[in-house]
Design a protein around this ligand. Structure first.
Ligand code: ADP
Ligand code: MG
Length: 636
């Protein structure tokens, strides 16, 4: 509890003590012995007013302020009118007094509000703790000495030193030292990662065992940590349909209830159906129950908790609307390279034309690919053992879905698939090996091809099986790669449909086609690494991107980001989403159901104020406790 909440709590406790003392005095009959009738009513009015004002003066002021602003209909208003109304029964001193109820309404309303504020603060805090990945300082090496700097002040290419127990402040490459990294805060993965010189490290991990010297590769603002924090901060702005519905509902509902309560209090006694005091009391009871705060608080809190729970698993959901959409996914479309496969290709074979040195083919390919970020390019460069002199390379062009062209030492080199060769009118010949074929041509002359194969991710098959088990009807794979490679991967993983040899724009078209065939209310998720597929990520109902090796464009375009690139996280994300939606609806049905019941009872004069107070505060508390369950997710 913070200071404000503690003071608030103390006020409520004092008010409660006074309240129960007064109640005991009133019940003992002491007041009527002392003051007689109707003097006892005036006495209890004065006595109950004390705890009432101590606990509720702020709410009364707030209601008054809202009325002055011309926007009166909120909980403070409902509670103020209801409790003041109960006190106004002092004008009917001949009837049974209801001062206790008036004070009780306000007191328990305050208890509920305090609980709410505590619960919201608590879940914010636990999410903040989960997200406590922001580094406070960085040790930068300057002229052999360590200087402590704000991470934002560290330039790209500087060397930072991260000691055991410290959090990696900025993304970079290890230059010296070996250690174990704890990536749990980022990925939900509890197995430590071993790193040594040359390893890429992302900010937010905790360095566990050894001192690491790291050369920074990104400024702090573009590092993983800063990007994650930004995503989480903005998540609450994108509201789910259910959330907006509740807000709109409350806006209509409160005035309607207020008017009904007024009618209930006035019309029957005018028609001669009973005493004024009876009907006014029923109207007031009506007001108390009808307060929508259980919904107004618990629904956003559920979504907030769901997003927090997902982030604990290394799944960043950029808004509650995406959580809602995820719960209804029935088609999952995957990109192959980098999404279902690891994105690192092994060179299976190099087949030069007769009279050509295989090293020449590999060298030309590696040079031409030297500026590309495509997983193929990275792998070809890794397979080439010689040095790449970037000075010799000019005019590099990447044609997505085709390959690359570049001028290497004045020679025009093409590296790519059949389509690229056909486009440039270069003859090529096919290969019997199953794999991705990179044809290489120099100055229009075919020099041979390189056969590469990518490795299916460890959890890819499980991911597809889990999705099917979760009720996803279709798992589709789209790829720019060759049909035989695509089919081999698909059959190993249990994919339902495959479309191969697609250009990036064909992928958009394919997804559009799939979207059209979606059943009503069913959603389509596209999962990609963002290399050549950012447009599809945007087009799908839910775009899911691989965060660790995905491109910045993908993380930007996606709605959900998987921090550790594991496709099996998709089914987990869906489980969190569905649990959240279930809890949201449980709360809506429960709160409205109980309230409706008490409203009907109140209209018939069966429910009293005490029940109404439960109908408001009790229901709100139960709904909030239920909403907090959204934060708890199982890690496996
Ligand atoms: P995927 O759909 O599997 O992610 P892409 O659309 O990125 O694949 O690429 C499709 C095909 O285009 C690749 O299989 C490859 O034949 C060719 N290609 C794309 N980029 C490159 C590159 N940088 N070098 C060589 N070939 C490439
Ligand atoms: Mg791709």
């Amino acid at each position: 509890m913070n200071k404000k909440q503690r003071r608030w709590r103390n006020r409520i406790v004092i008010a409660l003590v006074i309240f129960f003392t007064v109640l005991a005095v009133e019940q003992s009959g002491l007041l009527s012995t002392l003051f007689g009738t109707p003097g006892d009513v005036y006495a209890s009015f004065a006595l109950f007013l004390v705890p009432y004002l101590i606990a509720g003066y702020k709410t009364l002021l707030e209601a008054a302020r809202n009325i002055r602003r011309g926007d009166p209909f909120d909980e403070a208003f409902l509670m103020s009118v209801a409790s003041l109304g109960a006190f106004a029964m002092v004008f009917f001193p001949e009837t049974e007094p209801h001062m206790a109820e008036g004070a009780a309404v306000m007191l328990f309303y305050q208890v509920g509000e305090l609980f709410q504020s505590y619960a919201v603060g608590q879940s914010r805090k636990s999410i903040a703790a989960m997200m406590d990945i922001a580094p406070e300082y960085t040790n930068v090496e300057k002229d052999g000495e360590l200087v402590e700097l704000d991470p934002a002040e560290v330039a790209v290419g500087e060397t930072i030193v991260v000691k055991p127990g410290e959090r990696m402040p900025i993304d970079g490459v290890v230059t010296e030292g070996t250690s174990q990294l704890d990536t749990a805060a980022l990925t939900g993965e509890s197995v430590p990662r071993h790193v040594g010189p040359g390893a890429n490290v992302v900010s937010g991990c905790v360095n566990m065992t050894g001192v690491l010297r790291v050369r920074t590769t990104k400024p702090y603002g573009e590092s993983t940590v800063a990007r994650i924090l930004e995503l989480v901060e903005n998540a609450s702005e994108k509201k789910a349909r259910t959330e907006n519905f509740i807000t709109r509902f409350a806006r209509v509902y409160t005035p309607v209830v207020t008017v009904s309560a007024a009618l209930l209090a006035v019309v029957p006694p005018l028609a001669g159906l009973g005493a004024w005091s009876d009907w006014i009391l029923r109207g007031l009871t009506f007001l108390v129950v009808s307060c929508p705060c259980a919904l107004v608080i618990s629904v956003p809190l559920s979504f907030f908790g769901g997003i927090g729970g997902a982030s604990n698993l290394g799944i960043l959901v950029k808004g509650s609307n995406y959580l809602e959409l995820l719960a209804h996914v029935d088609t999952a479309v995957f990109d192959k390279t980098g999404t279902l496969t690891s994105g690192t290709f092994n060179v299976v074979a190099v087949h030069p034309e007769s009279g050509v040195d295989p090293d020449y083919v590999l060298s030309m390919a590696a040079h031409a690919e030297s500026f590309s970020d495509h997983p193929i390019a990275v792998s070809v460069r890794a397979a080439y053992s010689g040095d790449i002199d970037r000075e010799k390379i000019e005019d590099t062009r990447e044609e997505s879905g085709h390959g690359v062209s570049a001028r290497v030492s004045e020679h025009l080199v093409l590296v790519g698939n059949d389509r690229l060769m056909a486009e440039h009118g270069t003859a090529w010949h096919n290969c019997d090996l199953t794999g991705t074929i990179l044809h290489v041509a120099v100055d229009g002359e075919y020099v041979g091809h390189i056969v590469i194969a990518d490795v299916v991710k460890e959890d890819a098959a499980t991911a597809i099986a889990d999705l099917h088990a979760a009720g996803v009807r279709r798992c589709v794979m789209l790829t720019g790669d060759r049909q035989d490679v695509a089919e081999a991967v698909a059959s190993r993983l249990g994919i339902d449909e495959v479309r191969a040899q697609l250009l990036p724009q064909d992928k958009v078209e394919a997804v559009e086609h799939l979207l059209k065939s979606e059943k009503d209310g069913a959603r389509l998720a596209f999962v990609g690494d963002g290399i050549n597929d950012a447009p599809v990520l945007m087009r799908a109902d839910v775009g899911i991107a691989m965060g660790a090796m995905g491109s910045d464009a993908a993380i930007e375009a996606a709605d959900v980001v998987l921090m550790d690139d594991k496709p099996s996280k998709i089914a987990q994300a869906m489980r969190v989403a569905r649990k959240t939606m279930r809890i949201v609806w449980e709360n809506i049905v429960f709160a409205l159901g109980v309230k409706l019941l008490i409203l009907v009872l109140a209209a018939f004069g069966i429910a009293n104020m005490w029940l109404a107070v439960f109908g408001d505060v009790g229901v709100a508390m139960i709904a909030i406790l239920n909403a907090m369950r959204c934060m708890r997710v199982e890690r496996d």
